[in-house]
Design a protein around this ligand. Structure first.
Ligand code: G4P
Length: 528
């Protein structure tokens, strides 16, 4: 029997993030292949949402429905238990991704060697930075023509605002791609384009070994030596503690499609990536090794099939051992709940589990009892904090289109907001309800679900708005004065917090300079 400490130390819970098309799905699949969780490439459909379906959200939801099973992919790799938390590929579901990032201990970022850092990557990195999440970067598609690796490193550093340190180095690129030198373990892997097979390794003593020349030819070997001496000159030694603090990102190069450079990444990842660490609750810091179970709901996945109107609440275990049928306290309501059919996600299968450890994700079938950010404990009044909600980017007034069904509409809106589908604000000036989302698709999703799940009809009315941001101040008088001046543009969120509705970037900038005592926040927390 292993101890709680041993179970914690062998766990690696992380997410792979990227701009769509950089290779997240392919990399996920190859990691599963190494973990023996699948046996053939192409088996994972993951949360990938095909480009062709972007305008057809029902199709997207269908794919999302299928992807419940791949929301969390657990497998064993050597002595390690790995949990990969999948994130939706479609940017309209970015809010889901932000929340998933609150449940991971580290992140792997995939970047396309030809495209470098793209918009979505930049944004997701911001979230990682807010929480000092350790990141490893995988530069993908080296089998295709791309940019100079040094240029890519500079761009990563400048665009992602993090120090980088290559731990592997490519020899050639595109048609001339020969392989990757593993700086971390000092060995050379030769590139053989093959989707199923791992790489061929050349045993060498160090970078001056003639076996490198024999394997790739003199000119590539010389180039490699030059590059490596430049790297040693420019980048300090890899400092694992800086990586763990989220201040330094090791970089690997490879080709996920060709299963190349992936094993190096995985082997280094399991060694250096953090196991579950203490988490700050509002009341105190909670250590994963504490015997009493605690955890929080970071995601609720609704089943879109009207015949099975259930949800799954995803709980991240933060401390102690989770046990099936044990009574746990839902802090928000004070209720004691028992879970008869919690599921774990191993090797792409969802199955009932009897126990789970910190770092694991448990799926709990739910019919509307849970809210994003809910904390569960063995009895202690703890509130896990830091489930950020970001300033939405799109806004509409929501109106009742069927006066006979206003109760249903109200209930539907409340429940969908609890699930974290979108954010609700009440305009203080006219009392109207405003729904804020990060993507256009959510409006369609909400309208459809209100009708099919609650029998309520809604109508959208466009409003012109640039950004909603939370405002507060240490000076009570200043905030009162601000609210008075801007009373036409003030709203409250569901927690009753003040929100300023700026209708243009100019208005926001002016407000920031006119009211220096007011703090404008672009991310909030759900459960303060
Ligand atoms: P995503 O989840 O980040 O959106 O990306 P995904 O893995 O689906 O990869 C996007 C496309 O890039 C896929 O091609 C995939 O085959 C390709 N790809 C991934 N890794 C590599 C690589 O190392 N080298 C090369 N050359 N291509 C790579 P697709 O044509 O869009 O999809 P599919 O029809 O192959 O599924």
């Amino acid at each position: 029997m292993s101890t709680l400490k041993e179970e914690i130390e062998r766990r690696r819970t992380f997410a792979i993030i990227s701009h769509p098309d950089a290779g997240k799905t392919t990399l996920t699949e190859k990691l599963l292949l190494f973990g023996g969780a699948i046996h053939i490439a192409g088996a994972v459909k993951s949360n990938k949402i095909k480009k062709t379906a972007t305008s057809d959200w029902m199709e997207i939801e269908k794919q999302r429905g299928i992807s419940v099973a791949t929301s969390v992919m657990g497998f064993n790799y050597g002595d390690y238990k790995i949990n990969i938390l999948d994130t939706p590929g479609h940017q309209d579901f970015a809010e889901d991704t932000y929340r998933t990032l609150t449940a991971v201990d580290s992140v792997i970022i995939v970047v396309d060697v030809a495209k470098g850092v793209e918009a979505q990557t930049r944004k997701l990195m911001e979230v990682c930075r807010m929480r000092n999440t350790p990141v490893i970067i995988f530069v993908n598609k080296l089998d295709r023509e791309g940019r100079d690796p040094f240029e890519i490193l500079d761009e990563l550093e400048a665009e992602l605002h993090i120090a980088v340190r290559p731990l592997s180095w490519p020899l050639g690129i595109g048609a001339k791609f020969k392989g990757v030198y593993n700086i971390y373990e000092h060995c050379l892997d030769l590139f053989t384009p093959d989707k199923q097979k791992a790489t061929e390794r050349v045993e060498i003593d160090d970078v001056n070994d003639v076996r490198i020349d024999e394997a790739v030819g003199e000119s590539f070997a010389t180039q490699l030596r030059d590059d490596l001496s430049l790297i040693e000159g420019v980048y300090p030694e890899f400092d694992e503690s800086k990586y763990k603090e989220g201040k330094l990102a090791p970089v690997f190069f490879g080709s996920a499609l060709n299963t190349f450079g992936v094993k190096e990444l995985l082997d280094c990842f399991v060694k250096i990536a953090p196991c579950p660490r203490p988490i700050e609750a509002v009341e105190r810091r909670v250590n994963p090794e504490e015997p009493a179970f605690s955890g929080f709901v970071f995601k609720i996945h609704a089943n879109m099939d009207p015949n099975h109107r259930s949800c799954i609440a995803f709980v991240k275990v933060c401390s102690g051992k989770f046990e099936r049928n044990a009574p746990y306290k839902q802090i928000r309501t004070g209720k004691s709940l028992r879970f008869a059919a919690p599921t774990a996600f191993m090797a792409q299968k969802k199955s009932i589990v009897d126990e789970a450890y910190p770092g694991d994700i448990v799926g709990i079938p739910d019919s509307g009892n849970f809210k994003i950010g809910d904390t569960l404990t063995q009895g202690e009044d703890l509130h896990y904090k830091d489930l950020p909600s970001f300033s939405p980017e799109m806004f509409m007034y929501i109106e009742n289109a069927d006066p006979m069904k206003s109760k249903q509409l109200e209930k539907g809106i409340q429940q969908l907001m609890d699930e974290g589908v979108a954010q609700l604000f009440i305009h203080q000036f006219n009392g109207r309800k405003i729904i804020g989302t990060v993507g256009q698709l959510q409006f369609e999703v909400i309208q459809y679900r209100l009708l099919h799940e609650y029998g309520a009809q809604c109508r959208w009315e466009p409003m012109s708005m640039y950004k909603a941001c939370w405002v507060d101040s240490d000076n009570q008088q200043a905030i009162e004065a601000f609210k008075k001046r801007k009373y036409q543009f003030m709203a409250i969120d569901r927690e009753g917090r003040d929100v300023f509705l700026a209708d243009s970037a100019y208005v926001l900038t002016m407000a920031q300079s006119d009211f220096p005592e007011i703090k404008f926040h672009f991310a909030s927390e759900y459960n303060k």
